[in-house]
Structures are given as C-alpha cells and as structure tokens.
Write a protein that binds this ligand. Structure first.
Ligand code: XUL
Ligand code: CO
Length: 483
C-alpha cells in the first residue's frame, strides 16, 4: 500500500510537471477534432473566456525582436512605395485550413486537437469555431477572411437545410464583424467534397448536379455579398476529366462557360459589385482541370466572351504544379489585366502535390511582390493564406506563428522590391535590352505598321545584326543584392 502511494506520488509529480510544460508550449488540448468522440456538449456553443488565452495581440517589434509572437517586418501602418503595408497586402485568413484543417493525410488520422473542437460537425460547433476565428483575426490584426460555404456551416440533408445552417452561421459572423473592419476577402462554394460532385459541378455529365451547383453558388454569392465580401472565387476542383475516353470536352467547357455567365448575371441582379475570380490549377483532384494555368484561363475567358467579368486568383503552389513559377503566373495574369488576388502559399521542391505551405522563401516573396507592385497592388483583392500548418505542428500557437511568418516573409519581399526600384539598375538593364525598338523602325514594328517588305529592306541595308549580351548573371546579381 505504502509503495503504491509512493509510486502514485511520483506519477502525480510527473503529471504536474508534464502539464506545466505543455501549458507553456500550448494551450490545453482536450478534445480531438473530427473524431467520433463528443468531448463537450455539442448542443451549446458556449465557451467561457478567450479561445487563445495565452496569446497576446500581435504587435510589430522590428527585425531584432526574438519574440515569435511579434511581427519583425510586417508593420501595418508603415508606408512603403506610396502605400501602407496593410493596403499592399490585405492579408486574409483561410477558414478552411486554419479552422477546419485536421492534419489528416491519406495515410493518417487527424493530429490537431484544438481545445474548442468537440469532434462534431454540429451547428453549435460551427458557431463556436467562428467565434474562435474572429478572436484569431483580431489578435493577428488581419482584417480579411475567406471561406467555402461548407467549411463554416454544416451541410444538410436537403439544400434547404444546408442553406438554413449557413444562414445561422453567417448571421453570427455578421454580428462578430460589426464594429470592426473585418470582412470577407472572398467567399466561395465547396463544389468538390460531396460525392454528387464526383464528375464535376458545372462540368458534370448530370444536369441535376449542374443545377445543384448553381443553387449552391447562388447562395454562397448571396452570403458573401451580405457579409460585405469584396470578391467571389471559382476554383474548379473537379471541373476537368480523368480520361478523355468518356468525356465530351467541348460540351463540358461550354457548360462551364454557361455556368459562369449565369453567375455574372446573378451577381448583377443582386447588386454584388465584388470581383469574380477564377483560380487556375492544373490537376489534383482530377487528372486534368480546365483552368490549367493563367494562360489557359485567359484563352477560355476570351473564347466565351467573359473577359472583363473575371480576374484570376493566382495560387503559387498551383503554379508549381502546372510547371510554371509563381512569378510567371502572376506576370501572365498581370500583363493581360487579370491579376486580381493571390492565394499565398508555396509547395515543396521534392513533393509533387499541393502541400499548401506558408511562404518562407524571401527570394520567392520578392518575385511575387515585383508583380504585385507592378500591378499597383491587388485591391479589391489581397493575399489569402491558402496555407496550412504541417501535420506535425500541433500547438495552438503554431497557428499564429505560421501566419506571422508568412506575413513577415511577404513584407520582406515588399521591402526588397522598394530597394530594387530605388536602385533602378534592374529596370535600366531591361530598358536597355530592348532599346533597339526605341527607334523609328522599332516604333513601326510595335505599332503593327512594319510590313515584311519594309523589314526586308532594312535587313539588307543593315547586314548581319550585332546581338548584345542578355546580362542574365548581372540581372541575378542585382536581384540578389536586394535580398
Ligand atoms: C485548392 C484551393 C482551394 C481554393 C478555394 O487547391 O486552392 O482551397 O482556393 O476553393
Ligand atoms: Co487556393
């Protein structure tokens, strides 16, 4: 008996030490997310006190700070290149990753057990989660958020029930927004999770599915408008094919165009002035998605007379999957007047799928910001962190650290672009490279007035042209010196 007591005493001491340590590392984790177990009373959305009690409001402390819960580079009110940092970025939290991400992967169960999760997909849980989300944004100092209809509210047995669930959660979000500057950067409809969408949504072979998707987009647009959202996104998760053998590609593309035109018409009908955005992605989940990359989306919009009604939401990890750099996708969108928003994330050089990591590469961030600055910013779009914590990151504070790090990385990118612009030598190198066109004949070419006979005459007159160096290494040297 005495021995057992002693053992129990040691155990108690170890347990106390353990819990003291975990209180430092993370908020208490009491309940696994998305498992069958119901740890709390799911019929109530009550939550006493703060969701993130150990986390203060995140402040700018400058590059010398060692505090992980502070901004080192992102200084919201600081003016840079004629605009406040917060206006260059318009940072947004992606509800689906930050509040619905479980850490599950195709081989493993969820790893996150956030204290406010009760393991259910109830309305009460959805509301509690929404309150946590607003505390998160307030503490982070972020004024924008993005959502799919089905991340923020549970689906229903019928469309009417799903709509009613959505209305209830949206009413709460509207209340939580009240008195703050917080609003959606964009909303969207989740047209890929439910089995009805297995053949696609607007490109499904079933007209019933096409109609269901239309109804879902109609509702998602209405609630985005109601919440003051500034954009609406179409990501064609399953708009594509697995094999052309069973696919009428022309018919599917026509259907997609009709669907998008109907969305444009409805947007105008309800007085929603937000920008409609298409988010290119080459594949995953389908083998081939119709919005393959920025150039493909541009051609599609042009073919179906939809230019002027849509812009693009460029996601860096999608760019990588399509075999392009993010910079390439941003520039393709920009030069065609289509750059509307950035889903700020990155992939992994060794992993060939959509890992949705927070961006930490300063060189990459500088290239991204080069395009954004050339575009004069993104408003009414912004930077949505379509990025998730690693499966192995399980502390509540990791949610903050990930966003802080992503914001600081992009802020450094912006600083670097300011340095490059001030220095001017990269712009000068490019200007000089094309200066042979700053001539009378060059002007004729660019105006489309130089016919082949004129050019042949010049070629004869000039003889073999002298071709100067492209100065790639010098361009790279100048770029590196700004990092
Ligand atoms: C998926 C993806 C989506 C869209 C919104 O790869 O990026 O989360 O951003 O549907
Ligand atoms: Co995205």
């Amino acid at each position: 008996m005495k021995g057992r007591m002693k053992v129990n005493g040691v155990l108690l001491l170890l347990l106390c030490l353990g819990s003291a340590l975990s209180a430092v590392i993370a908020a208490p984790q009491t309940c696994p997310a998305n498992l069958e177990a119901k740890c709390n009373d799911a019929s109530s959305d009550d939550w006493e006190g703060e969701f993130f009690p150990g986390i203060p409001k995140i402040k700018y402390e400058g590059p010398t700070s060692k505090n992980p819960l502070s901004y080192k580079w992102y200084n919201a009110e600081e003016e840079i290149l004629g605009k406040k940092m917060k206006d260059w970025f318009r940072f947004s939290v992606a509800f689906w990753h930050t509040f619905r991400g479980t850490g599950a992967d195709p081989f493993g169960a969820p790893t996150k057990s956030w204290p406010w999760e009760d393991g259910t997909n109830s309305l009460a849980m959805a509301k509690r989660r929404m309150r946590a989300h607003f505390e998160f944004m307030n503490k982070l100092g972020v004024e924008w958020w993005c959502f799919h209809d089905r991340d923020i509210a549970p689906d229903g047995k019928t469309l009417a029930e799903a709509n009613a669930n959505l209305d209830e959660v949206v009413a709460l979000a509207k209340n939580l927004q009240e008195g703050s500057k917080i609003k959606p950067l964009w909303g969207t409809a989740q047209l890929f999770l439910h089995s009805r969408y297995m053949h696609g949504a607007a490109t499904s072979s079933e007209v019933g599915v096409y109609a269901y998707a239309a109804a879902q987009v109609k509702k998602a647009m209405e609630v985005t408008h109601y919440l003051g959202g500034e954009n609406y996104v179409f990501w064609g998760g399953r708009e594509g094919y697995q094999t052309l053998l069973n696919t009428d590609m022309q018919r599917e593309l026509d259907h997609l165009a009709r669907f998008l035109q109907a969305a444009v018409n409805y947007k105008k009908k309800i007085g929603f002035n937000g920008t409609l955005l298409i988010e290119p992605k080459p594949q995953e989940p389908t083998k081939h998605q119709y919005d393959w990359d920025a150039a493909t989306a541009f051609a599609f919009l042009q073919k179906y007379g939809l230019l002027g009604e849509f812009k693009l939401n460029i996601e860096c990890n999608h760019a990588t999957l399509s075999g392009h750099s993010c910079h390439h996708e941003l520039e393709t969108a920009r030069i065609n007047g289509l750059l509307g928003n950035v889903d700020a994330n990155t992939g992994d050089p060794q992993i060939g799928w959509d890992t949705d990591q927070f961006l930490t590469d300063i060189a990459e961030a500088t290239l991204v910001m080069l395009s954004v600055v050339r575009n004069g910013g993104l408003a009414p779009g912004g930077f949505n962190f379509d990025a998730k914590l690693r499966r192995e990151s399980t502390d509540v504070e990791d949610m903050f650290i990930a966003h802080i790090s992503g914001m600081d990385t992009l802020a450094r990118g912006l600083h670097n672009v300011a340095k490059l612009i001030e220095d001017g030598s990269l712009d000068e190198l490019v200007r000089k490279r094309y200066s042979s066109f700053d001539t009378e004949i060059g002007a004729l070419v660019e105006a489309g007035k130089a016919d082949f006979e004129t050019l042949e005459k010049k070629a004869m007159e000039w003889g073999e042209p002298s071709v100067p160096s492209g100065k790639q290494e010098l361009a790279e040297m100048i770029f590196q010196s700004a990092l």
